[in-house]
Design a protein around this ligand. Structure first.
Ligand SMILES: NC(=O)c1ccc[n+]([C@@H]2O[C@H](COP(=O)([O-])OP(=O)(O)OC[C@H]3O[C@@H](n4cnc5c(N)ncnc54)[C@H](O)[C@@H]3O)[C@@H](O)[C@H]2O)c1
Length: 265
């Protein structure tokens, strides 16, 4: 964690004071940046990830600087794990205000006729079913509490697909449609549902998109399509998530927010 990332925000600036957030994929990349930022803004955070040791390290780093966090090892494709992370929030911190479905897996550029069925299925399971299961576990608690916020990390790939990322693009398109559908369904319970569409972001995942090819060339190809001239950093996505999770976004639901330097314009 950077030195800046460990500083508590001023009391008046705490945007999630008293709230509890569950963040999946929080051992790395955007999820980790989100967990650290949410904690700095007063949230108690359940750091959920398939990488249990990584999740514990993130939770420990948050606690070391006075934040509240607990780690839980989950596979978002498993119904019982989705329940476990939500119940951990309720048991340890008394409630669940924010569910941030951020865990996801990439694919390397692959011609459609070469995509293996098991790879297609795994991408759909993690990127789409994982979001659905998280929502299904959290919604009953949020309904009882009188509201809540669901966020998911979709992708610019869901609205401006790239060639060769067929299964991944389809999975993120599904997340965007699910977000909008749930936003309408859950509005009567004051549950807001939004997603974020990051452009190529500097996380461990980025090189996996490029696959076996030349990494520098692959990054240059992504960068060429971003009018503002840089890739996203995990903190860019975390700041957008913080806004959408906070009461400042009280009238915002059903939105897929691009954080993309203008790529999708
Ligand atoms: N990096 C990019 O260029 C980019 C761009 C747009 C969208 N996204 C999306 O952003 C999200 C976060 O990705 P990132 O770039 O921070 O990647 P990352 O690889 O740094 O982090 C992803 C995390 O998800 C966890 N994870 C994977 N499968 C899981 C499972 N089944 N259950 C629980 N946890 C699991 C991993 O262990 C890892 O810690 C993903 O949904 C990804 O599809 C990434």
């Amino acid at each position: 964690m950077s030195a800046e990332g460990t500083q508590p925000a001023g009391e008046a600036m705490l945007r999630l004071a008293g709230k509890t957030a569950v963040i999946t994929g929080a051992a790395s990349g955007m999820g980790r940046a989100g967990a650290e930022l949410f904690a700095r803004h007063g949230a108690a955070v359940v750091v959920a990830d398939l990488d249990g040791e990584g999740a514990e390290r993130v939770a420990e780093a948050i606690r070391e600087v006075g934040g509240r966090a607990t780690a839980v090892r989950v596979d978002v494709t498993r119904e019982e794990d989705a329940r476990l992370m939500v119940e951990t929030a309720v048991r340890e911190f008394g409630r669940i205000d924010v569910l941030f479905n951020n865990a996801g897996i990439p694919m390397p550029f692959t011609p459609v006729e070469e995509v293996r069925l098991e790879d297609w299925q795994r991408i759909m399971d993690v990127n789409v079913k994982g979001v659905f299961l998280g929502c299904r576990a959290a919604v009953p608690h949020m309904k009882r509490q009188g509201g809540g916020v669901i966020l998911s990390t979709a992708s610019t790939a869901g609205i401006r697909p790239r060639p060769g990322l067929n299964a991944y693009c389809a999975s993120k398109g599904a997340v965007i449609a699910l977000t909008k559908s749930l936003a309408l369904e859950l509005a009567p319970w004051k549950i807001r549902v939004n997603c974020i569409n990051p452009v190529a972001t500097d996380t461990p995942m980025l090189n996996q998109f490029i696959g076996g090819g030349d990494l520098e060339e692959g990054r240059r190809r992504f960068l060429e399509t971003v009018p503002l001239g840089r890739l996203a950093q995990p903190e860019d996505i975390a700041r957008a998530a913080l806004f959408l999770a906070s009461d400042e976004a009280d009238l915002i639901t059903g939105v897929a927010l691009e954080v993309d330097g203008g790529r999708c314009v």
